[in-house]
Ligand binder design. Sequence first.
Ligand code: ADP
Ligand code: MG
Length: 344
Amino acid sequence: MKKHFIYIGILLGLGVALYILLKPVNDFIEFHGKTMGTTYYVKIASKHKDSALHGNIKELLENFNSQMSTWDKDSELSKLNSVKNSEWVDISEEVWRVLKLSKKISIETGGAFDISVGKLVNLWGFGADGKRRIEPPIPQEIEQVKNHIGMDKLELHQTLFKARKKDAKLYLDLSAIAKGYGVDLVSEYLLSKGYSNHIIEIGGELRVSGFRYPKKQWKIAVEVPDSSIRKNGRILELTNTGVATSGDYRNFFTYKGKRYSHTINPLTGKPVTHNLTSVTVFNKDCAVADAYATAFMVIGATKALELANKKHLKVVFYVKVNDKIEEKLSKAMEAFLELEMRCK
Ligand code: ADP
Ligand code: MG
């Protein structure tokens, strides 16, 4: 009899030990810091801690900045911007890829997304030159600068990592895609190191991969636009997707009761002024989500919704109607939410 109790005791002990060993992963590695004039945050669900990981990510982001930033006068992009002729210039593969993607999205969005708006961004007081404004520039100034805008003025070599400014005054600004691209780079780096469950955020653009706990997706809040308060709107459970938001409610100046925000319509040369206050785009690649979010801000709610449906993109729009904020969803987003409801 006694022996039986001993055996049962051993079995129970083994069971408890096995449970402890195999219990779901619930350790997180977290770190944060500053990059691209904003902050980054990384959270990884993993039991294994690699002490070199944060250092490697910091280095990756520093390297990225030294390539793409207009705020860094010595960056590769700043050097390309300062070229005063139309000769071919050697660029890194990474910059070539970002420029190529930017050109593609510019075409897909009918020119709404345009990284060559840089000089207009500066003119309107939102640029890296640090000159801020309290009133709009005069129309002649806008027209003058507009002459040097357009992605057709940037040529990328088909086979070599080279670029050529057909208009020597062309000035590129990657602010509307760089954060998303940086998020993708960090995410892909973590995936390559076997950290498949993570969330990365740079200045509000983010990407989630895998799970928070086994079978538990990452929870993401879509912000409701308001410049005085930041209210959480929808809380979504997501995996393997990038999420990017653009809005008119954080970076703007007001002149004679009119709001001038940092999103510039390349066709008019002026900041966008319509009732679309914020756009959140979900896409596998955060860079694409980031660029489309800006493009949709330029295009405006009605046409942006059409384009989002044509491209089967998941998008949440917040539109101001009579001082109230209304939510509009693309078809793919509606389908996603319906599926989410059914799975709950
Ligand atoms: P946020 O910085 O709030 O995430 P965006 O991703 O929309 O916002 O990026 C806005 C920045 O992109 C502006 O500050 C400006 O530098 C640049 N920009 C403005 N208009 C355009 C445009 N039409 N196409 C590409 N970049 C733009
Ligand atoms: Mg953007």
